[in-house]
Ligand binder design. Structure first.
Ligand code: ADP
Ligand code: MG
Length: 323
């Protein structure tokens, strides 16, 4: 999958030529939902033009809530949200912003090319159709119905729709969940190429390697609060200092697509946590070889298996662990 946008000059609306005023900011935001859940607790976050910031945190940390506030889809209980110096609900603000929401859906009976062109029609200066197709690697599926393409292809279409307005600011909420590693790396290349054109990107993820691979700056959040913030190297070194090398020697992260329920997974020897997101399940195991043997024996249909060293996961766990 090649990356993609080949314009050599920045578009007229690119952020980089503008003042140093923040492109987007959340200032002392608290968000309490009607059910009483405190999703964000005095959180502040600033995006400068042209940077990729990764909001990294476990499920329930408040990542999607932060994105929805920045999109103007939800209001803060207190605090202020500014996008391009204005209210996120302004039409002008929205026209300069693209979003790929988590669990984004689209009706199934339109063709991919029709979707892209309908979305381009919403904007006064859309991204050229051919640029979108290249940016989201839609070659070969343009005339297919949305309902008849794979999950990974659907993710790419949703990414394409986020680009339709040639946005200066992109919100990508867990854009690679459920993608296999090759598709994930393809999307990383696409996201990087957007940043080189001066776009500002807020990427939420719970994949540490994704934040590490893409972000200029990582903001780790947990339970609605910023836990730490810095370059990927700074966050990793802080995390490993906190977690201590000795605790991680035998720990492995196992990702796979499996139909086994959480109760079964947690009963497998060595498994300490089991977390499902989309079609992928992430396990941590202190006895990875034993866990893998048992896992493969229990589920003959298991696929998309990955085993990962825990250096980054350690950093993350240390930073988001309960005191
Ligand atoms: P993340 O995206 O990091 O997984 P979310 O922002 O989706 O986290 O959720 C943060 C917390 O707010 C969670 O406890 C979640 O259950 C809760 N929450 C999210 N959306 C709503 C909602 N619409 N109503 C009530 N609670 C919500
Ligand atoms: Mg979320």
């Amino acid at each position: 999958m090649s990356a993609v946008l080949e314009r050599t000059e920045a578009p007229a609306s690119a952020i980089t030529s503008e003042s140093t005023e923040a492109v987007a900011s959340l200032t002392h935001i608290t968000k309490r939902y009607a059910n009483g859940v405190l999703a964000l607790d005095n959180l502040s976050l600033t995006l400068q033009g042209g940077e990729i910031v990764s909001l990294l945190g476990p499920n329930g940390a408040g990542k999607s809530t932060a994105v929805k506030l920045m999109m103007g889809l939800s209001s803060p209980t207190s605090g202020s949200v500014r996008i391009f110096g204005a209210d996120p609900r302004h039409t002008i603000t929205r026209l300069r912003t693209g979003v790929m929401l988590q669990a984004g859906k689209a009706p199934e009976m339109l063709r991919v090319c029709e979707y892209v062109n309908i979305f381009r029609g919403y904007y006064p200066q859309p991204m050229p159709y051919a640029d979108i197709v290249r940016a989201a690697s839609l070659e070969g599926i343009e005339s297919r119905f949305f309902g008849q393409i794979s999950g990974g292809q659907k993710q790419r279409v949703l990414f394409a729709l986020a680009l339709a307005g040639d946005p200066d600011l992109l919100f990508l909420d867990e854009p690679t969940v459920g993608l296999d590693i090759e598709a994930r790396r393809g999307m990383w290349a696409q996201i990087r190429s957007l940043a080189t054109r001066g776009k500002t990107v807020l990427l939420t993820t719970h994949y540490l390697e994704e934040a590490d691979a893409l972000a200029d700056r990582i903001v780790v959040i947990n339970k609605g609060c910023v836990v730490c913030e810095g370059t990927p190297a700074e966050v990793k070194s802080l995390g490993s200092a906190l977690s201590g090398a000795s605790t991680s020697r035998s720990l492995k992260i196992i990702r796979c697509s499996t139909s086994l329920p959480a109760t079964t997974l947690l009963a497998i020897p060595g498994v300490t946590t089991a977390d499902r997101s989309g079609i992928l399940t992430t396990l941590t195991s202190t006895e990875p070889e034993r866990t893998l043997r048992e896992l493969l024996a229990l589920d003959q249909t298991l696929h998309s298996l990955e085993v990962q060293s825990p250096a980054l996961e350690d950093a993350f766990l240390a930073l988001t662990a309960n005191p």
